[in-house]
Design a protein around this ligand. Structure first.
Ligand code: FPP
Length: 280
């Protein structure tokens, strides 16, 4: 184990993020690499407040937030986490001032271009979740290019939720199923598996860990179906301050939680068969 820890420390330190600090080394020591979450989802909140506290325009906070996105992506890829999903723009975000929306769209386009070498180097496959056809044409093109250019990669799947809403996702899935039923003249009942297959996240494991920065205790219409059993980690840290150490801390915290999926404690002797399994 000690050997693989040293290995991980080196892997995390390589790349664009610089050497591991003593705090990070201490956190990596505590981390059980065999029990990392398979899928981490993040609500990146607090960019505006971060900037306002510095008497700067909100967009400066978004710009700073892209640096955190980079360190989070690179660290998760190096820890060999299978999937990372970032909530970049919600359906509700259209209510913001046009200048801020334009800035965010432009920032995303620049990000996709400037980060592509890092994404390719780390073998990351990109996915986008949301009503993509409603995005500006130039953004749609960049999104398509990013997906196509990384489709052959075999490392972590990085999903960016863009023009995303959890209820809209379920409604879109239901409508896709209805359309299929109608063309097949079928009235078969819908199953959980069928619905999950029609979600934007089809093919991805559900998130084991949902991280929300900046202290708000809400899920804000994010992955409503998929987070049914996720561990939720809320930190007061604002997104631009969510450094590699804070991410490692959330992974350590995740490993302290006991996941039961409605059952009893894992490893507890099971003397009887479960009385009933959901759906049976
Ligand atoms: C929340 O902060 C953040 C957003 C709505 C946008 C997130 C975008 C980025 C971090 C940059 C681009 C990301 C990628 C993946 C390229 P907020 O504005 O809601 O902050 P506030 O709650 O303090 O106002």
């Amino acid at each position: 184990m000690a050997h693989s820890k040293t290995h991980t420390m080196e892997a995390v330190a390589r790349g664009s993020l610089g050497p591991v600090t003593s705090e990070e080394a201490h956190l990596l020591e505590k981390l059980d690499l065999e029990r990392l979450p398979r899928h981490v989802a993040v609500i990146m909140d607090g960019n505006g407040r971060w900037a306002q506290r510095r008497h700067m325009p909100r967009v400066v906070g978004h710009k700073a937030g892209t640096q955190t996105a980079r360190s989070t992506i690179e660290t998760c890829a190096r820890l060999k986490i299978e999937a990372l999903t970032l909530y970049a723009f919600s359906l509700e975000n259209w209510r913001r001032p046009k200048s801020e929306i334009d800035f965010l769209m432009q920032l995303l386009r620049e990000y996709l271009h400037s980060e592509m070498p890092l994404i390719q180097k780390n073998e990351i496959r990109m996915k986008f979740l949301g009503r993509l056809s409603e995005l500006p044409a130039a953004v749609q093109k960049d999104v398509r290019d990013a997906m196509n250019d990384t489709a052959g990669n075999r490392g972590m799947t990085l999903s960016v939720a863009l023009n995303y809403g959890g209820r809209a996702e379920i409604v879109d899935a239901v409508n896709a199923i209805l359309a299929r039923r109608s063309s097949q003249k079928s009235t078969a009942a819908v199953t959980e598996e069928e619905l999950a297959q029609q979600l934007y996240t089809s093919g991805l494991a559900d998130p084991d860990l949902l991280i929300r920065t900046s202290g708000e205790m809400r899920v804000s219409n994010f992955l409503l179906w998929q987070i049914a059993y996720s561990e939720i980690f809320v930190t007061d840290t604002l997104w631009p301050d969510f450094t590699r150490a804070r991410l490692l801390e959330s992974l350590v915290e995740f490993q302290k939680r006991e996941r039961r999926y409605g059952g009893i404690r894992e490893g507890e002797p099971q003397t009887e068969k479960p009385a009933r399994v959901a759906g049976e």
